[in-house]
Design a protein around this ligand. Structure first.
Ligand code: ADP
Ligand code: MG
Length: 313
């Protein structure tokens, strides 16, 4: 076992660099300078979106998880924020902290997961910071470009509400992992390796009026659009997609609907789109689950609902 801090710091960063760059970052005529200087030089459009997210040991993951999954999930969380604002990821900076006795291979494998995310979502890591700490902590700041910023506050009366895919799987996947329940690979994979919907970023910038990614639960995150847009939403339980394996794992449809409405960390996107663009949205696989109206609060079928999604504190 090679311990990280027994290595020279430069050697360590070289190791990261080898994993992240085949040769150098996407280097368009030296407009971009990556790892190796005090700052990175990046080349971004005038409308730049930026976000930061973290993965902290024992809060977001356990050390026995595959570090490649942890690294990849970090990139998904950030890329998902960029996509839900109508952006496309471009450059990231990564700050890591870890205990002095951590096995070197742990962090190198984590970087392999980060590299997998860079490839999947089309961005480069151009710098970072390295420090020691009692627990492992990974913080990624991601910059992206957009033609139009999609806010939580833009929903208009009459806009249709679309969902990008099934939710609730990640919450059940986590329970299976931590409570040793009967294995379901699809549910566990959704928890460990969620895929950000960066395929939707450009479409949302063009046709969306508001957007949010579902990190804390469908109802809770829809609640944010409600509040910021000062509108009410009517949603229909028979239009909300329920994953078959989720239903099987939970044993009944009612419970599966509860997980679908309140489970977090699936990183699907909720967005509002004017009815005239409905056909284009459906062609992309977006699922119409309701509409925007004047007023406040969320109505599920005939009932006004209270959100009970995941709360951090
Ligand atoms: P400084 O002391 O000026 O902050 P460092 O010696 O910490 O610079 O970093 C040297 C170079 O390596 C910088 O370009 C920095 O962005 C990059 N770097 C440092 N840590 C990491 C990391 N964990 N991942 C990626 N790049 C890193
Ligand atoms: Mg410096």
């Amino acid at each position: 076992m090679v311990l990280f801090f027994s290595m020279n710091e430069f050697k360590l960063i070289e190791n990261f660099q080898e994993i992240l760059y085949e040769k150098s970052p996407k280097n368009n005529e030296k407009k971009v300078v990556g790892i190796g200087d005090d700052c990175a030089l990046v080349d971004l459009s005038k409308k730049t979106v930026v976000t930061v997210d973290s993965m902290v040991e024992d809060v977001h993951f356990k050390r026995w998880y595959d570090p490649k999954d942890i690294g990849f999930k970090l990139t998904s969380m950030n890329a998902s924020d960029i996509a839900s604002c109508g952006g496309v990821p471009k450059y990231g900076v990564l700050s890591i902290e870890f205990p002095k006795d951590l096995d070197k291979d742990w962090m190198l494998r984590c970087y392999k997961g980060i590299k997998k995310g860079c490839k999947k979502y089309g961005f480069s890591i151009v710098g970072g910071n390295t420090s020691s700490s009692n627990k492992i902590s990974l913080n990624l700041t991601l910059f992206g470009e957009t033609k139009k910023f999609l806010s939580r506050s833009g929903a208009k009366k009459g806009d249709l509400l679309f969902l990008s895919g099934e939710t609730g799987l990640s919450k059940r996947g986590l329970e299976i992992l931590l409570e040793d329940l009967p294995m379901n690979k699809k549910l566990v994979k959704t928890h460990l390796n969620p895929i950000a919907r960066t395929d939707l970023g450009k479409f949302l910038a063009k046709y969306g009026t508001s957007g949010i990614d579902i990190s804390d639960g469908l109802l809770q995150d829809l609640g944010h659009i409600c509040e910021k847009s000062k509108k009410s939403f009517q949603i229909f339980s028979n239009k909300i997609p329920i994953n078959r394996q989720l239903k099987k794992s939970l044993g009944c449809k009612k419970k599966a609907l509860d997980y679908t409405l309140n489970g977090g960390e699936d990183y699907q996107i909720l967005c509002t789109i004017p009815p005239k663009h409905k056909v284009k949205a459906k062609k992309l696989g977006l699922i119409e689950i309701g509409y925007t109206q004047i007023g406040s609060g969320i109505f599920l079928d005939e009932n006004k609902v209270n959100d009970s999604g995941f709360k951090h504190f």
